[in-house]
Design a protein around this ligand. Structure first.
Ligand code: DMJ
Length: 521
């Protein structure tokens, strides 16, 4: 607030600001606006974090300022996906939090100003969907609509992760256009899947043809999967679940190798790139939502291993060479590992995840905290910093770490988080399946006092002494990877040591972090 308000993002090293809305997703920095003075992006992104952290006074101040000063009638070409998840999602979530009586906010003075702003923004998105396929352009000028020579290239996540925000906007305004546009795009995208139920990474919105056939669960695709699952949770339409289920099984079948995920060609399912990217670290969190805790746990551990190895998580790590990508050595304060840690702790209450959270907080303080804020890491081998604090740092990274240690905001409430960490309530009135008087039951309590206090097997790096069952004269215990094992201290250091699980005849392999995993071939 001191150095950058009301501009878009903070430059923490020089204690200044950058008006970066048009730069989001714009790697070549094309068509940047001339007379643009920012849209208070970081403030919008921080609204829900302020409520979660209990700072109602600042929330009210921010709502008042935005109500009086924010306008979207600006000559700025913006990325539809980025503007949707950050600005539209931030405003809608904050509107709901402002009107939610349990928050006791904005006493008397809130007259739906944030919703009006969201609706104005949503209307400015609509020209992007005016294509022969219904797939939206990646870029739209907020004042003038789609530019004449606009690129028809977009990404799978770019046109497949709009449904939460635009669906919520339609429900709040009773204007079906937003949800219909996002749903039409999503259905078209899904119709472009291969016979293996895989999608590519980039496509042409005018022809509906794929440009890049290789894809994975990271950049360009990630939130597409996330939104299929979360749209089912938020709106309860069986269709979303059917799509998600098929897509999820295809990911686990074609991309997964032990605890890691490589990329593959959507037409053949053959592996293409063997890389771990920091965006992939959201996947264990999504797996928690579908109840695949064992798989979530094993992948999460590998991401944390990479975090520990470098101090933070590098953007890209070459799994086949066990080395950093030569140019993508940066860490822009991304939230994904903290996000998954939060979900896994909620699901398991295993104190090991608290230790992971502490370790993340310590690294952020040690390497990225500067006088003006928190700075991105340009190179994880030197820890050289970059003068940029992305708006998702406050929207997501800080929020998920806060919720890991203090989840009181979630008690007796039933929210899902958008891909940008903005909470949306699961309401029976928005939901096809929930009964009118819905009582949330998804709150995860520790089953017993003993459970919360129990020392974590993972922190001790041995298998917990939990007897599962006795068979073939051998007592089985649950290993640190949550698989049946005969040895209480089992930790493998090579694939050979992991061998074959004789009880199930399934192959085990040794992970980078030295754990024995059981993988479906
Ligand atoms: C966020 O803007 C969102 O989580 C998005 O889906 C992809 N990742 C960035 C932060 O890393």
């Amino acid at each position: 607030m001191k150095h950058a308000f009301p501009h878009d993002e903070l430059k923490p090293l020089t204690k200044s600001f950058t008006d970066s809305l048009s730069e989001l997703g714009n790697l070549k920095l094309q068509h940047l606006p001339r007379n643009y003075n920012g849209s208070a992006l970081t403030l919008i992104e921080s609204l829900s974090s302020l409520v979660i952290m209990g700072n109602n006074t600042e929330f009210e101040r921010a709502v008042t300022w935005l109500s009086e000063n924010l306008t979207f009638n600006i000559d700025a070409r913006i990325n539809l996906f980025e503007c949707n998840i950050r600005v539209l999602g931030g405003l809608i979530s904050a509107h709901i939090l402002a009107t939610d009586s349990t928050n006791r906010l904005v006493q008397g003075c809130y007259k739906n100003q944030l919703l009006n702003l969201a609706e104005d923004l949503g209307r400015r998105f609509l020209p992007a969907f005016d294509t022969p396929t219904g797939l939206p352009y990646a870029w739209v000028n907020l004042k003038y609509g789609v530019m004449e020579d606009e690129t028809p290239e977009t990404s799978t996540s770019g046109c497949g992760s709009l449904i939460l925000e635009m669906g919520a906007l339609s429900r709040l305004t009773s204007d079906p256009r937003y949800e219909s546009a996002a749903l039409r795009a999503l259905r078209k995208l899904w119709s472009m899947r291969s016979s293996l139920n895989l999608l590519g990474t980039t496509l042409d919105v005018t022809t509906g043809e794929w440009i890049e056939y290789s894809s994975g669960i990271g950049a360009g695709v990630d939130s597409f999967y996330e939104y299929l699952c979360k749209a089912y949770i938020l709106f309860g339409k069986e269709d979303y679940w059917r799509m998600f289920h098929s897509a999820y099984l295809a990911v686990q079948k074609y991309f997964r190798h032990g605890p890691w995920y490589h990329e593959a060609d959507m037409r053949t399912g053959k592996a293409t790139y063997w890389q771990l990217t920091s965006l992939q670290a959201f996947w264990p969190g999504l797996q928690v939502l579908v109840g695949d805790i064992g798989a979530a746990n094993s992948s999460h551990r590998e991401f944390f291993y990479v975090w520990k190895k470098f101090g933070v998580i590098p953007e890209r790590y070459l799994l086949d060479h066990q080395m950093l990508h030569p140019t993508e050595k940066y860490y822009p304060l991304r939230p994904e590992l903290a996000e998954s840690t939060f979900y896994l702790y909620q699901a398991t209450k295993d104190p090991w995840y608290i230790q992971v959270g502490e370790s993340i907080v310590n690294s952020l303080n040690l390497y990225t905290k500067v006088k003006g804020g928190f700075a991105s890491v340009r190179d994880v081998t030197t820890m050289q910093l970059e003068d940029h604090q992305h708006s998702f740092f406050l929207a997501e990274t800080c929020k998920y770490l806060y919720l890991l240690f203090d989840d009181s905001f979630l008690v007796d409430r039933n929210y899902i988080f958008t891909t940008e960490g903005h909470p949306l309530p699961i309401l029976s009135s928005w939901h096809e399946r929930l009964p009118e008087a819905y009582i949330p039951t998804n709150w995860t309590y520790a089953k017993s006092e003993q459970q919360t206090r129990r020392a974590s097997a993972m922190s001790r790096q041995v298998c917990p002494a939990i007897a599962l069952r006795s068979g073939y004269g051998v007592q089985q215990v649950e290993s640190a990877c949550h698989i049946p094992d005969s040895r209480a201290d089992h930790r493998c250091f090579s694939d050979e040591e992991c061998g074959i699980d004789s009880s199930t005849c399934r192959r085990r392999s040794c992970s980078m972090a030295g754990y024995c995993g059981l993988w479906i071939q």
